[in-house]
Write a protein that binds this ligand. Structure first.
Ligand code: SF4
Ligand code: SF4
Length: 176
């Protein structure tokens, strides 16, 4: 009956309040007492390096294409050995919504989200981070991964000689 459902609907919230009324409150005295974030916590973005210390980012623009708020921009450049890199790389954290789509799109694991949540500033312009502010001296969550050892673009290994890579195929050899 509707009357019993209404009474139950009215009393249930009181019961929830009553149940938690005498529990010990969990209060962190921030900033003196800091909370340890969960391992997969998504906060400040960083650019990581491969195991040899080189920049992982190959300036492919996939992260900026995936970003729903268009807060990543960069310019691609190429080293004499053929290795691509970002001449400059910029993230406007004032617009970032920490969705993680850029990290999902990145083929080299260069862009990753760290657990650094202490990221509050008054000046909006100070949220614009350049490559120097983003690059860390570590591989982040997968420190052994090296994109160039798998991609086989002739930088670390000759073409077709990378790990897990088949040699080049002559298309004419496939014709009937
Ligand atoms: S976390 Fe989301 S909003 Fe922030 S830079 Fe990456 S894709 Fe853009
Ligand atoms: S961070 Fe990753 S997705 Fe973005 S440009 Fe660099 S390699 Fe490409």
């Amino acid at each position: 009956m509707a009357i019993f459902r209404d009474i139950q609907g009215t009393l249930q919230p009181f019961w929830v309040t009553l149940r938690t009324l005498f529990k010990k409150p969990v209060t962190y005295q921030y900033p003196e007492q800091k909370r340890t974030p969960f391992p997969r916590y998504r906060a400040r973005i960083v650019l990581t390096r491969d195991p040899d210390g080189g920049e992982r980012c190959v300036a492919c623009h996939l992260c900026s294409a995936a970003c729903p708020v268009d807060c990543i921009s960069m310019q691609a450049a190429e080293a004499p050995d053929g290795r691509r890199y970002a001449a400059w790389f910029r993230i406007n954290f004032a617009r970032c919504i920490y969705c993680g789509l850029c990290t999902e799109a990145c083929p080299t694991l260069a862009i990753q989200m760290s657990a650094d949540y202490e990221f509050c500033k008054r000046d909006p312009l100070s949220f614009v981070y350049e490559k120097e502010d983003l690059l860390i001296a570590d591989g982040g969550k997968d420190s052994t991964y090296d994109f160039y050892r798998h991609a086989g673009i002739g930088v670390v290994n000759p073409r077709g000689k990378g790990d897990d890579e088949f040699g080049p195929v002559d298309p004419k050899s496939l014709m009937p």
